[in-house]
Design a protein around this ligand. Structure first.
Ligand code: ADP
Length: 623
């Protein structure tokens, strides 16, 4: 029972360790990186069907820069582009360029005029490094804009891939909404943004962006179409200025203007979709706009739900291997692993970002841990019962062999008596022999039965007072002939006058066994001493010999049924190896214990430690 409970505690501790390790794994840099990679992978594996986009890019690409005067003429380019766009009534125009100070007066004047004619114009502000405020657009341009938005994407600090965008940025005393959010708000007729700690509302749209996360949202990047056609339609400034029909592709759209030229765009970032080529910032903002517009937000699963899911996985693995055995348990374990791997993927389909590392490592650690624990514990138990069975068989062999001796004697004697006319003396002698041999036989059978009954808990203990010195004397008397035969001095030393309470017969059996063993396992011309004294409320009865002794390992196995030491077998003394296991059970049933000290070749000392509840003479209780 105790062993079973210990097994259970060990199992639960193992599962708890698996859980804690999985949690730790989930929070390490490696775990988070794996989560991020799994996110990208799921992203690519589950592309959304490209919806009809509402945004478009007006790209200042390499061709534009090459043919329209390079980066220095960018304002002139922009001015002309805006003039063209305003003819095709865009919803909004968001410009992802930092126009912080005055440039060439002529270009600036033209640009300012074009901006004034542009409906829903959003300009870009950039945070000063170190968070000391903003680089706002130049005042002349600022006045023409309907809004100013920040242009910071938030690349992952681990791998630099851009998955999220903070919709809010605060620096100094000023806060800016993201360029994409401002563009979205204006494209819906200039709706107000209503904030609460956990989310934001723009008109009917609820954006699950919490204040504590800088109002970050995952960007649902649109996949590229076939042949690399980008998810967001793109018009080059050069084409716009050359060809009036190009402007038609921007009609009625939310136009995001920015540099896409590889040579000039410094805000390019890797994204989950374009894993080879970094994406220009302006395109990222357009994707963020589309995410806001379609309202299909990905949200992170709450931490508590991740912890609970992992705990559930561990508990399920534990239960499977505790209650199911054999291959069905392994099948269930495999199913659990599959579920743990599939869960993030399925959740992703339901727009929830669930981490990968924590649940998957929880499942693996607990399944492997539980399976090996059960495997080894069950195996160990099996090996143990096998060994016990082998020993039992040996003992049965021995017993049947032993029984044959008295049986033969009885058989022979009774035959003698019936066949021949014997003298009275002879008859008495033979009858005496039959009597003693049948008693020996009965004793042997009884011993065997006692073991079985005691271990099955069927044996009843009597509770009667008896005197310790008396049973010691009785046992010594019984053992004396054996001692004399082996020329061993059996000494009963001082035994205090102690009354014990319990089963006298069983206690006598125990004491006799110890004395008997001491004599059996000692050479001649040695001494066996029995003493008894009281010590801190306990009665200690010691049997000491100068015999063959045992080593530490042997002492550990001593009380197992049918165990005999190699030295004992070699000594030629017959035995079954069950006496001590009975002694131990008797003593524990009396609330005591047995102590053994021994050294090979030097001798052994067995001590029965029993509660000395009743003291002889006074009849009172000892404290
Ligand atoms: P048995 O004596 O019938 O073999 P026990 O259960 O009484 O069985 O003892 C188990 C084993 O413990 C013995 O076989 C012997 O190896 C060892 N043992 C017991 N008592 C002694 C002792 N006094 N000295 C050395 N070995 C002992």
């Amino acid at each position: 029972m105790v062993r079973l409970r210990r097994h259970k505690v060990g199992y639960v501790v193992l599962l708890a360790v698996a859980f804690v390790l999985a949690m730790i794994a989930g929070y390490t840099a490696l775990g988070r990186q794996i989560d991020a990679d799994a996110y990208d992978w799921m992203f690519r594996l589950r592309p959304q069907p490209p919806p009809a986009t509402e945004s478009a890019l007006l790209a200042i690409d390499d061709a534009s820069l090459n043919q329209l005067g390079g980066i220095r003429k960018i304002r002139a380019m922009l001015a002309e582009g805006l003039e063209r766009i305003s003819l095709v009534s865009p919803k909004v125009v968001a410009i992802d360029l930092t126009l912080v100070e005055a440039g060439e007066p002529e270009d600036d004047r033209r640009l300012e005029a074009a901006m004034r004619k542009t409906p829903g114009l959003v300009l870009a502000a950039e945070m000063l490094p170190g968070g000391g405020g903003w680089q706002e657009p130049w005042e002349a341009f600022r006045r023409t804009a309907a809004a100013v938005g920040h242009v910071h994407a938030a690349p992952d600090e681990l791998d630099g891939i851009n998955r999220e965008i903070p919709l809010e940025k605060i620096s100094g005393r000023t806060r800016h909404w993201a360029l994409s959010l401002e563009a979205y708000r204006l494209s819906r007729g200039g709706l107000r943004i209503v904030e609460s700690p956990g989310e934001m509302r723009v008109g009917d749209m609820v954006i699950p962006a919490a204040r504590e996360d800088s109002r970050s949202i995952f960007i649902r990047y649109l996949p590229s179409g076939p042949d690399g056609v980008p998810g967001i339609p793109r018009v080059s400034v050069r084409d716009l200025l050359r060809d009036s029909s190009a402007a038609e592709r921007l009609r009625g759209r939310a136009v995001f203007v920015g540099v896409t030229a590889q040579s000039a765009a410094r805000d390019r970032l890797m994204t989950p979709v374009a894993s080879l080529l970094p994406m220009p910032g302006v395109e990222i903002h357009a994707h963020a706009f589309e995410t806001l517009r379609t309202g299909r937000f990905l949200t992170s699963a709450p931490n508590l739900s991740v912890v609970l899911a992992c705990a559930l996985l561990v508990a399920a693995a534990g239960a499977m291997f505790a209650f199911v055995s054999g291959w069905p348990a392994y099948v269930l374990g495999a199913a659990l692993l599959l579920a743990a791997h599939a869960a993030p993927f399925i959740m992703f389909g339901a727009d929830t970002v669930f981490p990968f590392t924590a649940p998957v490592s929880a499942a693996w650690l607990s399944v492997v841990g539980a399976a090996s624990y059960q495997h080894f514990v069950v195996r160990r138990r099996l090996v143990k019962t096998e060994a016990e069975r082998a020993r039992y068989q040996q003992a049965v062999h021995f017993v049947t062999h032993e029984m044959r001796t008295p049986l033969t004697a009885i058989q022979g004697s009774s035959e003698l008596m019936s066949r021949y006319n014997l003298s009275d003396d002879k008859r008495k002698q033979i009858a005496g022999l039959i009597h003693s041999e049948s008693r020996r036989l009965a004793k042997m059978v009884e011993t065997f039965l006692n073991v079985e009954r005691l271990s099955a808990g069927q044996m009843e203990l009597r509770r009667e007072p008896f005197s310790a010195p008396e049973i010691v004397a009785a046992c010594a008397e019984r053992a004396r002939p054996l001692a004399e035969k082996k020329q061993i001095r059996l000494q009963v030393g001082e035994v205090v006058d102690q009354t014990l309470v319990g089963d006298r017969e069983l206690m006598e059996y125990a004491v006799y066994n110890l004395i008997n063993n001491a004599i059996k396992y000692s050479p001649s011309e040695t001494e066996v001493t029995v003493t008894g004294h009281r010590q801190s409320g306990l009665f200690r009865l010691t049997v000491r010999d100068e015999g063959i002794g045992m080593d530490e390992n042997e002492i550990k196995n001593l009380f197992q049924k049918f165990y005999r030491t190699r030295r004992a077998i070699a000594s030629g003394e017959s035995g079954t190896g069950i006496g001590l296991s009975i002694v131990e059970q008797i003593v524990t049933h009396h609330g005591g214990r047995i102590e053994v000290e021994s050294e090979p070749g030097k001798g052994s000392r067995f001590t029965l430690v029993l509660p000395a509840t009743v003291t002889a003479g006074t009849g009172g209780r000892e404290v």
